[in-house]
Design a protein around this ligand. Structure first.
Ligand code: GDP
Ligand code: MG
Length: 401
């Protein structure tokens, strides 16, 4: 029997979140045999600033789940390593827009920390219901401490949608109990994917993959990395990218839709002819590399030509506020949103900033944006407020129009 291609396997996109130094990157490395931080900058700076990616096939032999190709491939998983730094909440939210489920890493020797709470609440706000909790660094604690930590976690999730989330004791560093996590990942339900609608591709990263000095005849086109939320994309498709190119003409700044063509499609190490919803992929386009380098198109959406809504600077969104501001050391109540105040919106992988023009009794906001968005009705919006020079998540909503 030949091995199943990634394409033929049930696929999940998993976010890995949790407090800094609790072991996210180490765990990802164990789960995939790869560093998530393979893309340039992060490695040098030692922190996963932009979203890091790694993917793996999980195999099953009898009752044993593994990534070492024993038995039959049963699932294809793409992991997104969320950054741990407090400034990067916006990036964490971008990541949450891409995932089907999340692994929350909590170091057993440190317990619940501010970012554990912040990431947990952000996942809830983003509607990520499927959660696996990893109790990491189990090698550093006694049995009693592990039990204490387990109780602390149980108390923490009590009364939330994640109340019954599995809690798996692990040592990422020593490779203890990783199989149990693989097995649990394989037991998660695959969300329903919408194959029949127009494609929506969320761009998380964009690259120039050519090495300096590549011969002109060997030059590859600009590459987009992200997730196909809906629909199907094929090699040869003409696509459009919005908001697109940020241009300045006669001192006026505006955005120009980018039109291009799909040259090739890549899933992990495999090249494929077409991709289905839920797929984490890279798209080689016919674009000039200067347009895609250093994540210049992160935050954009792509679809087949003519199928994205017009960009807008005016939007209406619903809002639901948290009781407490997320990510603060000291608890702080969330005050009501007032007309005239500035908010940061996080929609898919895009970030925008705008002023509240009006707010009605239901909490629906009319916003005037400084960066345009592609308004897709029903898309989730993270709402952040600037408090002492940090954007803090205060609630979430949905695009109404
Ligand atoms: P991240 O910031 O959450 O991505 O954390 P890292 O994966 O970078 O890990 C932070 C530190 O904790 C590193 O020095 C790891 O070697 C260490 N570490 C991660 N997992 C474990 C574990 O299970 N046991 C022990 N003892 N150390 C760990
Ligand atoms: Mg890390």
């Amino acid at each position: 029997m030949t091995e199943k291609q990634a394409q033929e396997l049930p696929e999940l996109n998993i976010g890995v979140v949790g407090h800094i130094d609790h072991g996210k990157t180490t765990l990802l490395n164990k789960l995939t045999g790869k560093f998530a931080d393979t893309h340039s900058e992060e490695l040098k700076r030692g922190i996963t600033i932009k979203l890091g990616y790694a993917d793996t096939k999980i195999y099953k032999q009898g009752d044993n789940y593994n990534i070492s190709r024993e038995g039959e491939a049963v699932r294809y998983v793409s992991f997104i390593d969320a950054p741990g730094h407090e400034m990067l909440m916006a990036t964490m939210l971008s990541g949450a827009a891409l995932i089907d489920a999340a692994v929350l890493v909590i170091a057993a020797n440190e317990g619940i920390k501010p970012q554990t709470k912040e990431h947990f609440m952000a996942l809830q706000a983003k509607g990520i219901k499927n959660l696996i909790i990893v109790q990491n660094k189990i090698d550093l604690v006694s049995k009693e401490q592990a039990m204490e930590n387990y109780k602390e976690i149980k108390e923490f999730v009590k009364g939330t949608k994640a109340e019954d989330a599995p809690i798996i004791p692990i040592s990422a560093q020593q490779g203890i109990n990783i199989e149990k996590l693989l097995e649990t990942l394989c037991s998660l339900e695959i969300p329903k994917r919408d194959k029949n609608s127009e494609p929506i591709f969320v761009i998380a990263r964009s690259f120039d993959i050519n090495k300096p000095g590549t011969k002109i005849t060997n030059v590859k086109g600009g590459v987009l990395g992200g997730i196909l939320k809906k629909g199907v994309l094929k090699v040869g498709d003409e696509i459009e990218i919005k908001p697109g190119l940020d241009v300045e003409k006669a001192h006026q700044q505006y955005f120009e839709t980018i039109n291009t063509k799909i040259i090739s499609l890549h899933k992990g190490n495999e090249q494929v002819e077409e991709v289905y919803p839920g797929a984490s992929i890279s798209i080689e386009t016919s674009l000039d590399n200067t347009l895609t380098k250093t994540d210049s198109l992160t935050g954009c959406l792509a679809s087949t030509k003519g199928n994205l809504p017009e960009i807008t600077y005016n939007t209406k969104i619903s809002s639901e506020l948290f009781n407490k501001v997320l990510g603060m050391q000291k608890d702080k109540e969330v005050e009501d949103i007032k007309p005239g105040e500035m908010l940061m919106l996080s929609i898919n992988t895009a970030i925008s900033v705008g002023t509240v023009k009006k707010i009605d009794k239901q909490g629906n906001l009319e916003m005037n944006l400084t960066i345009p968005i592609v308004p897709i009705k029903g898309d989730n919006v993270g709402l952040a407020r600037n408090i002492n020079n940090h954007w803090r998540l205060i609630g979430f909503g949905e695009i109404i129009e």
